[in-house]
Write a protein that binds this ligand. Structure first.
Ligand SMILES: Nc1ncnc2c1ncn2[C@@H]1O[C@H](COP(=O)(O)OP(=O)(O)OP(=O)(O)O)[C@@H](O)[C@H]1O
Ligand SMILES: [Mg+2]
Length: 323
């Protein structure tokens, strides 16, 4: 297989998917980009934002347009794990001699059968259910059987008192490689986009059910994942990443008391992000600019002021190491 040809085709497909999302959801480019990166890299995504900014809609749209099996689960205070992964079913049957047979099977729940799942209002979940669920999501298998899941998209309203929810604990949050905070178009003063949404809903385009064109399929995701592994990370880019992490720790004094700089996130998932950035741009070699993909990871891993500035910090590391 010619990887560079394949990369170009993959990028073209993902561009089409992005354009399809644009047909229905105005703005939120970061969210759209993060969803595509998450699907390509098979990483989970955590999105925090106020009600009604199209978080759920985007997750549904991307699954429909990508032809992936979708599962939606709404967390509540009494969520039990069985609601998500299914129940063990015990059946009694008569055998041919009239004796009794007891058969045990699992009725698989949505999380075990879907390719994309939305875990809505995850911060309302009771801890016990969440810990086990996140382990399954991370290992992508249940009772030794692989699950078809590509990406779990967890959503949460901002965790402030008014919403009666609690922030995820850091160990759980770290399982979501990609993390975003988003606000509505009105709150962000995006008046041109506000006008576009009003135009959209003033037109009669939405009189029917919203049905995006099915553009991609699972094979493209499998091909993308294969090519992703062979994307090359040049030595210079590795040094830039190390420089950035070094400055996080030694210059900005980020440690476990104020940050979540885990080896897993930045040395393993971070590198995957760089590759996904390259691949969705049609390349099989990472370039320094791909380091900006790390900004999708720092939202809740570093203090807010550092996250807000992370683009500049990345550019500085690129400069310092030189190309
Ligand atoms: N940027 C936008 N472009 C187009 N439609 C939008 C946009 N923002 C909101 N909407 C409309 O508002 C609806 C609200 O979206 P949705 O239910 O997905 O929000 P949510 O962020 O998941 O909210 P909640 O936190 O309450 O679950 C969408 O279905 C869509 O009709
Ligand atoms: Mg929602």
């Amino acid at each position: 297989m010619d990887n560079s040809k394949s990369a170009k085709r993959i990028a073209q497909n993902f561009r089409k998917l992005h354009e399809e999302l644009d047909q229905y959801v105005i703005g939120h480019d970061n969210l759209k980009r993060a969803l595509l990166l998450g699907l390509v890299a098979r990483e989970h995504i955590y999105i925090e934002g106020p009600p009604g900014i199209a978080k759920t809609m985007l997750a549904e749209l991307v699954s429909a347009a990508a032809n992936l099996d979708f599962y939606f689960y709404q967390f509540h205070r009494d969520t039990r794990l069985a609601e998500l992964v299914g129940d063990v079913v015990i059946q009694r049957e008569k055998d041919s001699q009239g004796g009794e047979l007891i058969a045990q099977s699992i009725r698989k729940g949505g999380v075990l059968t879907c390719e994309v799942c939305v875990l809505d209002d995850i911060s309302r979940s009771p801890g016990e259910a969440l810990n086990v669920l996140l382990r399954i999501l991370n290992e992508r298998q249940y009772l030794q059987e692989p699950i078809p899941l590509l990406t779990a998209i967890a959503t949460s309203n901002p965790t402030v008192d008014d919403y009666y929810n609690e922030p995820l604990d850091p160990a759980n949050l770290d399982r979501f490689s990609i993390q975003l905070r988003s606000d509505g178009l009105i709150q962000e003063n995006r008046w041109n986009q506000v006008k576009e949404v009003i135009d959209l809903y003033s037109s009669n385009r939405f009189s029917d059910e919203i049905k995006p064109k099915p553009i991609l399929n699972r094979e493209i995701f499998d091909e993308a994942y294969k090519v992703l592994h062979s994307v090359v990370v040049p030595e210079a880019v590795k040094r830039m990443l190390i420089d950035l992490l070094d400055r996080f720790v030694n210059q900005y004094k980020l440690d476990s008391s104020n940050s979540l700089i885990t080896d897993r996130a930045f040395l393993v998932k971070g590198v995957k992000m760089l590759k996904a950035m390259a691949l969705t741009d049609g390349r099989t070699t990472v370039e320094p600019k791909d380091l900006h993909g790390l900004a999708y990871m720092t939202t809740y891993r570093v203090p807010e002021d550092i996250h807000r500035n992370v683009g500049t910090l990345i550019d500085e590391s690129i400069q310092r190491v030189g190309e």
